[in-house]
Design a protein around this ligand. Structure first.
Ligand code: CMC
Length: 432
């Protein structure tokens, strides 16, 4: 049965079709609203706006469900493999043995940066935020790979995707090495994706970093849990930039900038700062929660709440359980884990958080895991970017393949002055 929505404006009625997604979510299709009625919709923050149709990731925020290409996120926990998930998101199916071998090979051969890119790192101050370096260097990659500007077929696109996923890890590690004044470690072709990253981060010319299988699995899980989350702020940014037909690198560099903010990927840093502040004795967990409820304080309980989840974020549950297992096995006693547990306990029983359906999100426990394996706090959002990259690439490609793809160009309700005359400078009032 086809259903319509009826809009009544004055004495006129307009019917708009309902579009239904694969999981029963429904939207009123208003693509010709303005043309037919002269009206637009106003939805700051886009909380009610579907910007596209997408077959990549499904979230049911009320039930706490997250699926990549239909596969529940929990099913990746047993054998976490970020490279497989990257392929799944980008190409729509789990890779066969051959596809996995070819893609892993592509990642290996693409891992090096052009030698002259190393000079770019030297130009940044030691204290430069790694997210700024990451974004700048992803953009700089387009200067070295103009062949990836026109991605006409799937084979070309596969190489560009592999190049970006592989090189971003090298850029991230080099940004870190630069910040601590240590030599860059070249990627090792014998190592898989995560061990190779940790090698570039932590090896020394005289001492190879050995990656424990448990650490490898934990980082694979951290990365894959971040790999996509449908139309979040950074992914929407990538799609928006890509809608102007900007190249893949430029679009993903913009995604890094969007992710940087503390309400998005930057929250994992903010969570650690919050936990540390409590640990330093500057404030108790109870007082922090009290402050987070006070609208005048402008403080939020970082790592809590989500635009889509009004239930537990399944990623947070999985990360909490990894943290519980990983830290004791590594012999790490981190007081911040106890503080996180305490904050969670207080918030989940507090009517403010219960009524607003605010639960721990992906950023609440991820930092504790990263810290346990030696990743410094200023690299947390960079790790999020490495993880989110396959999602950005998948969305960029999906959009590029969509017939009739339009440039993204929202409208507005103008609230400024109505027509006003220009005044010569010497007649203008002084407002200083
Ligand atoms: N602490 C205290 N109050 C909160 C929090 C929080 N963490 N999150 C939301 N609220 C309150 C908010 O003040 C508002 O209250 P009221 O209805 O009385 O005005 C209500 O809950 C709804 O919040 P909102 O800001 O309208 O919700 P939103 O969907 O626009 O924001 C959010 C979602 C994630 C930006 C927000 O929950 C937040 O700022 N959380 C802390 C930052 C954070 O952890 N971000 C990571 C998000 S998950 C990973 C990612 O996307 O990168």
């Amino acid at each position: 049965m086809s259903e319509d929505a009826t809009l009544i404006l004055g004495d006129k009625q307009y019917r708009f079709p309902i579009r239904e997604g694969a999981e029963g979510e429904r939207a009123i299709d208003i693509q010709d609203l303005r043309a037919r009625t002269g009206y637009i919709t106003l939805d700051p923050g886009y909380g009610n706006t579907g910007s596209c149709e997408s077959a990549i990731t499904f979230i049911d925020g009320e039930q706490g469900i997250l699926r990549y290409r239909g596969i529940p996120i929990e099913q990746f926990e047993q054998a976490p493999n970020f490279v497989e998930v990257a392929w799944l998101l980008i190409f729509g199916h789990l890779p066969s043995e051959d596809e996995y071998r070819v893609f892993s090979h592509d990642l290996t051969v693409c891992a090096n940066l052009d030698e002259s890119m190393k000079h770019h790192f030297e130009g940044f101050p030691r204290s430069a935020p790694p997210m700024a370096i990451l974004s700048a260097m992803i953009n700089a990659l387009s200067c070295f790979h103009p062949d990836f500007f026109e991605l006409d077929d799937q084979a070309q696109f596969r190489m560009a995707a592999a190049g970006l996923i592989s090189k971003v890890r090298t850029i991230a590690a080099y940004a870190y090495r630069h910040s601590i004044g240590q030599p860059y470690m070249y990627p090792d072709p014998a190592l898989r994706y995560v061990p190779n990253f940790l090698h570039m981060m932590f090896s020394q010319p005289y001492a190879e970093h050995i990656c424990e299988p448990m650490v490898r699995d934990a980082i694979n899980l951290v990365l894959l849990l971040h790999a996509d989350h449908e139309q979040n702020c950074s992914t929407s940014t990538v799609r928006m930039v890509g809608s102007s037909q900007a190249n893949l690198f430029a679009s993903c560099a913009a995604g890094v900038c969007a992710l940087w903010g503390p309400l998005h990927g930057g929250a994992n840093v903010a969570v650690l700062e919050m936990l540390d502040q409590i640990h330093q004795g500057q404030i108790s967990p109870e007082d922090y929660v009290r402050m987070a409820k006070d609208k005048d304080s402008k403080v939020r309980l970082m790592g809590f709440g989500h635009r889509v989840y009004k239930n537990f974020d399944p990623r947070a549950k999985m990360l909490a359980s990894v943290a519980e297992k990983l830290l004791p096995t590594l012999g790490v006693k981190d007081p911040l884990l106890d503080i996180a547990r305490k904050l969670e306990e207080i918030a989940l029983e507090d009517p403010y958080f219960v009524e607003r359906k605010l639960y721990p999100n992906v950023d609440f426990y991820s930092g504790i895991i990263m810290r346990a394996v030696g990743i410094p706090t200023n690299m947390f959002t960079v790790m999020f970017s490495i993880g989110r990259l396959p999602g950005w690439i998948a969305h960029w490609w999906e959009q590029a393949q969509t017939m009739g793809n339009k440039i993204a160009r929202p409208r507005q309700i103008y609230t400024g002055p109505t027509q006003t005359d220009h005044v010569p400078r010497d007649e203008r009032p002084d407002r200083l």
